[in-house]
Design a protein around this ligand. Structure first.
Ligand SMILES: NC(=O)c1ccc[n+]([C@@H]2O[C@H](COP(=O)([O-])OP(=O)(O)OC[C@H]3O[C@@H](n4cnc5c(N)ncnc54)[C@H](O)[C@@H]3O)[C@@H](O)[C@H]2O)c1
Length: 218
């Protein structure tokens, strides 16, 4: 018999969303909570995470994804997860001839190493239990550089997320742990606010998007 809508139920499941306080992460947390999951909003901004958690009926923790000790402490302090959403991310725009190497390193640390650090720490318990799901927020920028804004670090980090995702998916498949990524296009969140205020960028984004608009996080 074909199962119905209940196959999408997350009742009894526990999910943690990094960068869950705002934007796409918040929308993911809201959707998972509405589907019955118990959602932990994990963010470097604890105040915002607490507000979001209160709104969706979940809990909040402070989590900086570049801090290996904090990530390990979060694993130790929480019940085993069914789902990890690796979503925390930042962008830095600047010409590659001039960009400060510290800005490059920060973007790689948050967007790429942060994904690996968090997946590895929470994935260890999933592999031991023989089940779990890791989903990372990649980007269209991981497949092809966007234009006209210069952002080599962001693009490289997201391309790395795609291959880390495939690598872990292959490594953990026989342990019953699934690893996937989603790759949104331009989405109306704080991350794109600066770009949306520059007509010379924003008009190109809209022109090159067949629907002629940004995605809504929801
Ligand atoms: N907005 C877009 O157009 C777009 C498109 C494709 C992919 N993405 C990706 O989606 C994800 C979410 O982006 P968004 O647009 O919702 O951004 P956003 O700026 O609205 O929200 C990002 C959240 O991540 C948190 N965060 C940032 N750095 C962190 C860190 N080091 N540790 C923990 N939390 C941290 C922030 O506090 C914030 O709550 C990112 O990985 C981004 O690269 C965004």
């Amino acid at each position: 018999m074909v199962k119905g809508i209940e196959r999408f139920s997350l009742e009894g499941k526990c999910a943690l969303v990094t960068g869950g306080a705002k934007g796409i992460g918040r929308a993911i947390g809201e959707a998972m909570s509405a589907a019955g999951a118990s959602v932990i909003v994990a963010d470097m901004d604890l105040r915002e995470a607490e507000k979001t958690a209160a709104a969706l009926g979940g809990s909040a923790i402070a989590l900086e994804v570049t801090d290996a000790k904090a990530v390990e402490a979060a694993v130790a302090g929480l019940e085993a997860l069914d789902t990890l959403i690796n979503n925390a991310g930042i962008v830095h725009n600047g010409p590659s001839t001039e960009i400060d190497i510290a800005a490059w390193e920060r973007v790689i640390d948050v967007n790429l190493s942060g994904v690996f650090r968090t997946a590895r720490a929470f994935g260890r318990a999933m592999v031991a239990r023989g089940k779990g799901s890791v989903i990372s927020t990649s980007s269209i920028c991981g497949q092809v550089p966007v234009w006209p804004q210069p952002q080599a670090a962001y693009n490289a980090a997201k391309a790395g997320v795609n291959l880390v995702t495939k690598s872990l998916a292959v490594e953990w498949a026989r342990s019953g742990v699934r690893v996937n990524a989603v790759a949104p296009g331009y989405t109306a969140t704080e991350l794109t606010l600066a770009g949306r205020s520059k007509p010379e960028w924003y008009n190109v984004w809209l022109d090159r998007t067949p629907m002629g608009r940004l995605a809504d996080p929801d």
